[in-house]
Design a protein around this ligand. Sequence first.
Ligand code: C5P
Length: 404
Amino acid sequence: MNKTRKILLIVSGGIAAYKTLSLIRLLRENEFQVRVVMTKAAEQFVTPLSLASLSEDKVYTDLFSLTDEAEMGHIQLSRDADLLLVVPASADLMSKMANGMCNDLASTVLLATDKPVMIAPAMNVRMWHHPATQDNFAKLKSRDVKVIGPVEGVMACGEYGLGRMVEPEEILEVVKTHFEEVANSKQPLLIGRKVLVTSGPTHEPIDPVRYIANRSSGRQGHAIATALQKAGAEVTLVSGPTRLADPVGVKVIHVESACAMLDACQENGRFDVAVFAAAVADWRVKNAGAQKTKKENGKLPVLEFAENPDILKTVSNAGNDRPELVVGFAAETENVVEYASAKRIRKSCDWILANDVSPETGTFGGEKNSIHFIHSAGVESWEEMSKQAVAERLVEKVVAYFNG
Ligand code: C5P
């Protein structure tokens, strides 16, 4: 038995409940492990004993059963499954799910879960079309609950319309596709790809003890390095000073200044992809002191600046050494898309992830980011999301670029 294909089948009350008998048989024939939870109403349509016989397991019905809680609590029931499958999903159970109600075992398990949930609704056509059910349906879909059906047909009550449950064979196909997708998404898709990521701020020395810095936390760049590594890439992270731990499984080169960052980017081999997420200082102090500048009565130091190398631009124009895919960031406080699109051309990179860093957005140093993904064919504006989610979305783009 494949241990990673465990289904918690939640049976709610409806005439279609009898179809779960053949569904369990089909799932088990296809090597899924099935454990059943049923509502009180479901017991009117199909007996716990039949479901227990077919699943060859205990059937769970009671939220407050001491034996169940001792053997397997409701939290454990959902944690132990890879997928929660609600068949049939009655109007009542959909309503409870949509509204976070949990007054029986089935609804409690569904509220306690962090696993994918699929439902196969079955109800009278008028109940299905009622705005309350449609609102619940929309809510559940927006929370990534996968809804299978319903389909049109003759109902048990003799009426005709939408509300009939899809057949067990079709439910099986959807379940199989789901597990195939999960298996594929676990394939490391960037195996063999060498990737460079820059992250964090740079520190530009004024003298041996003082420096000029910026507020970059490095969170976005580090999240990108981590996500790329998880996708199977061989990642080199060139990081300015941050408070973050080195990502596991990533080669990390710690640098301080922009010049040292450029050297590290150039001295560590050739890359297939480079992502420049570092907030590199535009200028360095030209007359940085070799010794600590002393306070002299009334005399203020005067700093002279020199322009720092533009690492992104340099690597983008490195001829044969140019990575196939070069990605830059553009932090702007106004006209974000317009300025960033111009930057993509000016710096000769392939993609730019542009974000608004005006103080009210809290992006700099914060947890969230809201990105405009700019490429040669246009702009995609992403909804606000965590920096980790931005990293994952970018990795999806990189994977699509290399794997079509
Ligand atoms: O010009 P600007 O600093 O807005 O460009 C931002 C992009 O260029 C980022 O991807 C940043 O990592 C990169 N950059 C760089 N070297 C610099 C300045 C910016 O790599 N000196």
